[in-house]
Design a protein around this ligand. Structure first.
Ligand SMILES: Nc1ncnc2c1ncn2[C@@H]1O[C@H](COP(=O)(O)OP(=O)(O)OP(=O)(O)O)[C@@H](O)[C@H]1O
Length: 320
């Protein structure tokens, strides 16, 4: 089953492009990471999927329900969890009270277990919480009705390394149990760690969508070769060599070609050192980010947060 499907999904805020012609499919049981530079349209995508903003074009379904059909979306949201980037929780009440409120709204299948795991200080008023504790509470609220699909906007921002690790382990366990995840992230190591596939968005448009490992494979390996003598860079202009750097008797480059051809070429040298390693994750992703025009990589942020109380209920935001 397809958990999320968008076809030509478009959202303009007046003349400002939010997302443009976005077509994505996320299969049930998949962990899908959504990456892109600041202002690329990640939050807009999430808010459009959840019906907080109305699309200006195209279509989208969540768990088979049309997101522009209010009744259908409400129905779908019973099976959806949402973790916004800045949980707009009601500051004047205790965490305990918010949990009770959410239980009444959408049910409570597992808040005890989640409280054990994430441990927010629920006896205290939310206004006294640190950013990390708000995030922990938002996690409990997002998962307590045991959703089939969870949408998260930068879920580990604000969490300390121990909690981040706890969340990764939790995502892995939930995925084994069949839960689908769609989440935006800037943290490449976490994308690698937990995602099956990634979509990369730039200037509101999808520029890549594939498996994380395929993306890394396609990006090739970093090769460093040491030879006794000086190297003429022109000698290394062979198929599959990119980003060549030569110094004295060393050549370093990204390689996407055939290894037999490379080994044939290296026979021309007295090789004293050879190192082949996976492309750094940053290099792989920055390729997609780098070409972005300056406007898309600035400090724009659409992280206008959810209004009070219902941040994790996949409800409660209004159309913008
Ligand atoms: N409510 C809004 N009104 C007007 N423009 C908006 C609004 N929300 C977002 N935008 C614009 O839409 C574009 C996409 O923003 P969005 O917040 O979706 O990007 P993002 O990828 O989530 O960025 P970040 O990584 O910084 O959170 C940006 O140009 C942004 O300025």
């Amino acid at each position: 089953m397809t958990a999320i499907q968008t076809r030509g999904l478009t959202k303009y805020y007046g003349d400002t492009r939010g997302i443009d012609d976005l077509s994505i499919e996320v299969e049930a049981g998949e962990v899908f990471g959504f990456l892109g530079p600041n202002g690329a349209g990640k939050t807009t995508t999430i808010r459009t999927l959840l019906g907080f903003v109305a699309p200006t074009g195209g279509s989208a379904t969540l768990l088979g329900h049309d997101v522009t059909d209010e009744a259908a979306l409400l129905d779908a949201k019973r099976r959806i969890g949402y973790l916004p980037s800045e949980p707009g929780l009601d500051e004047g009440v205790t965490g305990e009270r918010l949990i009770r409120y959410h239980a009444a709204l959408k049910g409570d299948e597992r808040s005890d277990e989640l409280l054990d795991r994430f441990d927010p200080p629920i006896a205290r008023e939310v206004g006294e919480y640190s950013t990390g504790n708000k995030q922990k509470l938002a996690l409990v609220l997002a998962f307590m009705h045991d959703p089939d699909l969870v949408i998260m906007d930068e879920p580990t921002s604000g969490l300390d390394p121990l909690m981040q690790e706890r969340l990764y382990e939790f995502i892995e366990e939930e995925r084994t149990g069949g839960t689908t995840f769609f989440f935006s992230s800037h943290v490449l190591s976490e994308v690698r760690r937990v995602c099956d596939r990634v979509g990369i968005i730039r200037d509101g448009r999808l520029v890549a969508m594939e498996g994380v490992e395929e993306l890394l494979d396609r990006s090739g390996k970093r090769v460093r070769v040491g030879v006794g003598d000086a190297i003429d860079p022109a000698d290394f202009e062979i198929a599959g060599v990119h980003d060549l750097e030569v110094s004295d008797g060393d050549a370093s480059f990204m390689f996407t070609g055939e290894y037999d051809d490379l080994l044939d070429h290296l026979r021309n040298y007295h090789v004293v050192d050879l190192d082949v390693e996976e492309a750094p994750l940053e290099d792989v992703f920055m390729k997609f980010y780098d070409d972005a025009p300056a406007g898309a990589t600035g400090a724009e942020s659409g992280s206008d947060s959810a209004p009070t109380g219902t941040a994790a209920s996949a409800g409660g935001e209004t159309d913008a």
